[in-house]
Design a binder for this molecule. Sequence first.
Ligand code: FES
Length: 155
Amino acid sequence: MPETHNCSSDDAPLPKQSAAGLSRRNFLSTLAIAAGSIGLTSIAQSAQAASKKYKVCATKDVKVGGASSFRVPAGKNMMVLITQPKKGVFRAFDQRCTHDGFAVNSIEGKNLICQAHGALFDMDSGSVRRGPAKRSLTKYTVSVEKNFVYVTIKN
Ligand code: FES
């Protein structure tokens, strides 16, 4: 039987992103692409400035083959799942399940599980291994500096 770990004590659904936040993010992404394609670098730099890098945890806080959740002061204090699928390789995902917004809160083998309705996600890529979720977990850029894990999130 695969080992299962809880990586969050939250059972309640996490708040969904506001339509206004998504619209702004989509707008900034589109703006950055458009600006880059026509050579307006100052507009692209403004769009990139909307991203912020957060120090999330120490590398020792996440076991190899494990995951832990951390609160990040982005937006309305979002929860980020940090995984370490292989030694020294860290990934970061929005903890909200793409099916219905509950917290992805367990691990089974190399998969993250949302126990609300049983969706499975790959801990390396965030891709769906089993529904009912149809979309991958939202993935963030991770960097490791001096034994700390940083995540870049667009505001
Ligand atoms: S909310 Fe995650 S499987 Fe339904």
